[in-house]
Design a protein around this ligand. Structure first.
Ligand code: GTP
Ligand code: SPV
Ligand code: MN
Length: 611
């Protein structure tokens, strides 16, 4: 190998440790050339991607790409966290010893970028200048141009981000190699894909996919898995799959900041983009800070602060429309630079479509291709009912396109968190909202969060499973020590945020109809929480927390069926007792669970029995 000639590390890479990292991996993956990229390269890379047929135009200033049909979501069974210490093994993190998996990745990646470009993507997963900025620095090496284009939208990309930090060696080293997607035997026993975060070495090695959560290493692998580990190892912060929003009350002149965990595809993006409901728009405004990840720490005054480390949004397309999410519709409009992935696409007009954009698919199927690229007009009778778009089709947009983006979204000191909410997709039992006013009960509630499985991860739709703190796919160390870390960090607070559990997804058992209209109406429940926190309403104390009285909820501009409302605010003690049995089983499976969490659980069981 003529290493020195072939692997010319671009001279613009002025950071010595980055040069060493690039050349080490170029020797292994054997690309044809190496290219440093920054956000300023976006337009050129788009043109190149279009010329190469990797990307199609979707109207003016919008783009479309189709994934390999076997590469449409994260794959949790093929995702691992590796360290040198078995004590990091958790129930969900698929722990492996780093000495076992690193050689496996190196051998899969060896020579696997032959003929391709290795893009060097330096990035910062934080607003510049935050106290956590040093944990936010990373470099992703990738051999996929589409991944670069998405990273430019999702993170702050450019080598200049290295200049602002104190320790230029302390960056996350990410290597993404796509591999031959037609030959990886996805889903079989011989599946070659592997997505590994070597957390104690701050190294991410992902092989065998070009899908968002698998390939945009800044987002899930660094922003959640690595950062969660770093937060614990340093004792300094929490990194969670949380949205972050502000509710501005014009009458009172205050903004309440809410963050919260909802499992994948359970409504974080939608809530962060909410417009106030009918009748409340003059008084309230929702400010978008983040829709997927929050990093939180305790400031010098003992307040909990949060930032969104991301610079863009990777949203679920399904059911996004002018009624459900007008904010997203404006964000993805013509000229926005949006990249659509795996929606349906019209090869003549450049339009995109997905289930739920309109009640019916476009009436004239001419020119329309489904997400696999097959012509709709070629469909057989039995194919007629298959979706046009993949259920996990997505749009990628920079934050600056989001109309309700908070003005202070990038301020380095973040915002003070007033409330932490948890919410899953739960058909029954879980009321619309219940306030929880102490730390241990709040953490216990987060740890027992449950949801129905989603399309974002390969798996069964509709099946109920626990998803502690909405971090199940992203844990990097033992769940019990994670709980301890939460109690320790928040235990330092002089001002505790209010906790709450919400559920927008209760259904009528017979018909499956949602009992709660959801979407923008959700603000009514959050406003009640603010009022409860401020002592303006008292609610009703129950074993599972404080529930609103009907008359405490503001229904200005909304007609809601009294019987539905009754169901939405009911505590079904029998069902809850059943649930506590499942919870006990669930908690027993999580290693090292602190005694306080068990105490909270037992107190709940007692209180329910006493009803
Ligand atoms: P990830 O990006 O996978 O982490 O998902 P997310 O939590 O951001 O979920 P998102 O907001 O994209 O919503 C997922 C799906 O839930 C979309 O199809 C939404 O239309 C739907 N959804 C969101 N909010 C509501 C709601 O209040 N009620 C109902 N019925 N559906 C909702
Ligand atoms: C999620 O699945 O929770 C996401 C998108 O936010 S991705 O991880 O890319 O699938
Ligand atoms: Mn997510």
């Amino acid at each position: 190998m003529t290493a020195s000639k072939q692997f010319q590390v671009p001279p613009e890479i002025h950071v010595e440790s980055v040069r060493a990292f690039v050349s080490e991996w170029a020797e292994i993956t054997n690309p044809e050339k190496i290219e440093l990229v920054s956000a300023a390269d976006d337009a050129r890379l788009l043109e190149e991607a279009i010329a190469a047929g990797e990307m199609l135009r979707a109207g003016k200033g919008r783009y479309y790409s189709r994934s390999h049909p076997k590469d449409t979501a994260r794959t949790e069974e093929r995702t691992f966290v590796a360290t040198a210490d078995e004590a990091d093994r958790g129930r969900y993190n698929n722990w492996r010893h780093s000495s076992e998996v690193k050689p496996l990745l190196t051998s899969r990646m060896r020579g696997a970028s032959a003929g391709k470009t290795m893009y060097v993507v330096p990035y910062l997963m934080a607003p510049p200048g935050t106290p956590l900025a040093n944990f936010a620095l990373g470099v992703e090496l990738t051999d996929d141009r589409n991944v670069v284009l998405q990273m430019i939208r999702m993170a702050r990309v450019g080598i200049e981000h290295f200049d602002g930090v104190s320790d230029q060696d302390f960056f996350v080293r990410g290597v993404h190699v796509t591999g031959d997607l037609t030959a990886l035997q996805q889903g079989t026993d011989a599946d070659e894909r592997m997505f590994v975060t070597v957390a104690d070495e701050r190294t991410i090695l992902h092989f065998g996919s070009a899908y968002g959560g698998n390939a945009l290493l800044g987002k899930i692998a660094h922003g959640l898995r690595q950062a969660s580990y770093d937060g614990y190892a340093s004792g300094k912060f929490l990194a969670e799959q949380f949205l972050l929003l502000g509710i501005h009350d014009r009458e009172a002149g205050v903004t309440t900041h809410v963050c919260g965990g909802f499992p994948s595809a359970s409504g974080k993006t939608n809530l962060a983009m909410t417009l106030p409901p009918n009748g409340l728009g003059d008084r309230y405004r929702v400010d978008f800070y983040g829709d997927d990840i929050a990093w939180m720490w305790v400031d010098d005054e003992g307040k909990l602060r949060a930032i969104n480390p991301e610079n863009g949004a990777f949203g679920v397309a399904k059911d996004t429309n002018e009624g459900s999410n007008p904010t997203a519709m404006a964000a993805i409009a013509e000229g926005s630079g949006t990249i659509f992935t795996n929606t349906a696409y019209n090869e003549v007009t450049g339009e995109v479509w997905w289930e739920g954009l309109t009640p019916e698919p476009p009436a004239d199927p001419a020119g329309w291709l489904d997400w696999t690229g097959a012509k709709i007009t070629d469909r057989t009778a039995e194919q007629q009912n298959e979706p046009w778009a993949h259920p996990n089709s997505r749009f990628t947009i920079p934050l600056e396109r989001i109309p309700n983006l908070a003005e202070d979204v990038s301020k380095p000191e973040g915002v003070v968190v007033d409330a932490i909410i948890f919410g899953g997709r739960t058909r029954d039992r879980e009321p619309l909202i219940r306030a929880i006013d102490n730390l241990v009960n709040g953490v216990y509630d987060g740890l027992t969060l449950g949801a129905e499985a989603t399309f974002a991860a390969d798996g069964l739709d509709g099946q109920l499973r626990y998803d502690p703190m909405s971090m199940r796919p992203f844990f990097s160390y033992s769940e019990g020590r994670y709980a301890e870390h939460w109690l320790k960090v928040l235990g330092q607070l002089k001002e505790m945020p209010m906790f709450a559990h919400v559920n927008w997804f209760q259904r009528e058992p017979e018909t499956g109809r949602y009992l709660w209209p959801g979407f923008r109406e959700n603000l009514r429940a959050l406003n009640w929480l603010t009022q409860y926190r401020d002592g303006k309403v008292k609610g009703r104390k129950t074993p599972i927390g404080v529930l609103p009285l009907v008359e405490e909820l503001d229904f200005t501009g909304l007609e809601i069926d009294a019987a539905d409302l009754d169901k939405l605010l009911r505590v079904d003690v029998e069902r809850w007792l059943q649930e506590t049995d499942h919870r006990a089983e669930h908690l027993r499976e999580l290693p090292d669970m602190p005694r306080e969490i068990w105490d909270a659980h037992e107190a709940l069981v007692e209180a329910l029995r006493a009803e």
